[in-house]
Write a protein that binds this ligand. Structure first.
Ligand code: ATP
Length: 275
């Protein structure tokens, strides 16, 4: 987008410290990514390349953010697709989209002189769902293409390719995707605990005027039990809207409490609407 502005602003690289909570997921991810970075060591020990990392957990917990940070951490180019793109694609189109995605990653890396590329596929269960023989399976070719691409990754390749998949329905995935040499690492990205929620709130408060003496984000973290990172981002945003409407100068604790209610209500009406 932004065509009329002429120069498109490059996306800001996303680092792990802009992701709140998820300490364990971050640590596991970094350990896995070091396999991508220290490739000489890896081949010296005859370790096979890490090809795929699967991030599993509920929506809005930061899986996309982790994938972007992974690209930044490994100095890789980043390309992304979502399983939902593949819904209602004609037979064969999905497979060529997968081929294109890997090609795009290689070309982008070559162009930017990078040694590695991260390919992120959100909602990977849509294309990687169980193939339960017999039944009509419009995604078979797409999944087969994905497996072919994964099997074609070698340590000596330039650029090195890492596939990161995300799903909130791991049990739906075809076992072929979960075999060694495919999605080798599974990392749980769960809802944040209280400390994680406070961290996330603080991150999203960075660009907002808070009533510094009055606002207690730890208290808001306590009151937002069960919220995802995406919902906490909404809380900060809604609180800012309340503050702005009141024509005050800053966001205070009451705005934040109202925002919690609003986000909670929103979730409820969403759910009611779908039932
Ligand atoms: P989905 O499975 O629905 O695609 P996701 O797990 O990929 O969700 P993200 O897209 O990474 O979630 O998060 C959505 C938004 O929520 C982010 O852009 C960010 O604003 C906020 N967010 C989510 N998790 C975090 C977090 N751990 N720290 C900071 N912000 C977060």
């Amino acid at each position: 987008g932004g065509g009329s502005r002429g120069k498109a602003r490059p996306p800001k690289p996303l680092s792990f410290d802009q992701i709140g909570g998820q300490d364990r997921a971050k640590q596991e991810l970094v350990e896995a990514l070091d396999f991508l970075i220290h490739v000489d060591q890896i081949s010296k020990f005859g370790i096979r390349p890490l090809k795929g990392i699967l991030l599993t957990g509920p929506p809005g917990t930061g899986k996309t953010l982790l994938a972007k940070a992974a690209a930044h951490y490994t100095d890789s180019v980043y390309v992304a697709a979502s399983g939902s793109e593949f819904v209602e694609m004609y037979v064969g189109v999905g497979a060529s989209r997968i081929r294109e995605l890997f090609k795009e990653a290689r070309q982008k890396a070559a162009k930017q002189n990078k040694e590695s590329a991260v390919i992120f596929i959100d909602e990977i269960d849509v294309i990687g769902g169980k193939r339960d023989g017999g039944q009509q399976r419009e995604y078979d070719q797409t999944l087969n293409q994905l497996l072919t691409e994964l099997d074609g990754i070698h340590t000596s390749d330039t650029p090195r390719i890492l596939l990161i998949g995300a799903t909130n329905r791991k049990e739906m995935l075809d076992s072929a995707l979960l075999r060694p040499g495919r999605f080798d690492r599974h990392i749980a990205v769960d809802l944040p605990d209280k400390k994680g929620r406070a961290h996330i709130l603080n991150i999203h408060a960075q660009n907002k005027p808070l009533h510094s003496e009055e606002v207690n984000l730890d208290k808001i973290a306590e009151e937002s039990f069960g919220f995802s990172g995406a919902q906490l981002e909404s809380v900060m945003n809604e609180a800012a809207i309340y503050a702005m409407r009141e024509e005050g100068e800053v966001i205070n604790q009451r705005h934040l409490s109202m925002a919690i209610d609003k986000v909670m209500m929103g979730e409820r009406t969403d759910r009611e609407a779908t039932h």
